[in-house]
Design a protein. Structure first.
Length: 201
């Protein structure tokens, strides 16, 4: 359980979390509930004052913007690539990311894996994400990749729905966002006694 050690939860103003993301490129943020993911991304985006590229494959964030439920910030560019224009869109993202510091959000792996359903394409996409991360590190950019997941009995994380195995690089740091007592908590996965950050009020 994520909340079995409540004394280890750090109340964060997101500066600590943003530092984690700057030091761990790329960072994979996984959730089991879509609205937890959306809430986390809204908090994160609203805390950033430098340019943001938001690659929206789930259409949830852009849907909030279009409906007026959240205000579109002047420093954010929202992209919605398709299978046909993925190469052109991602080339543009990498080109921009190589020139100045960005927060780059890829939302989400589920959308990518649904778009590219064969193994060779998935490997190509993973290579693209690693290239983006490598370029981003040179200008101190953060690359956040989200995914909707569930945990199987063998402790393996799989994408939800669908059950495809979550493919991640050894270079990727993984965090889990979950509501505990109606508070959003971000926990680092894969380490014992890992930090847990309280997001928002």
């Amino acid at each position: 359980m994520l909340d079995k050690n409540p004394e280890k939860i750090i109340t964060a103003d997101l500066n600590l979390i943003k530092k984690e993301f700057e030091n761990n490129v790329p960072s994979l943020v996984v959730c089991s509930e879509p609205f937890n993911k959306a809430e986390f991304l809204i908090h994160l985006v609203n805390s950033i004052d430098f340019p943001i590229i938001f690659v929206d494959l789930d259409f949830l964030y852009s849907g909030y913007v279009k409906s007026g439920m959240i205000e579109k910030k002047d420093n954010i560019t929202i992209m919605q690539p398709t299978k046909d224009n993925w190469n052109e869109t991602f080339t543009e993202v990498i080109s921009k990311a190589s020139k100045e510091k960005f927060l780059i959000v890829i939302d989400s792996l589920n959308g990518i894996y649904n778009m590219f359903d064969n193994l060779d394409s998935v490997r190509f996409v993973n290579s693209s994400l690693m290239l983006l991360s490598s370029v981003g590190k040179q200008v101190n950019s953060s690359v956040i990749i989200t995914a909707m997941v569930r945990k199987k009995e063998n402790e393996e994380w799989v994408l939800a729905p669908g059950g495809k195995q979550l493919v991640k690089s050894s270079q990727t740091s993984m965090f889990y966002a979950k509501k505990v007592n109606n508070q959003l908590i971000l926990s680092r996965l894969g380490k014992s006694n890992s930090e847990k950050f309280l997001i928002g009020k």
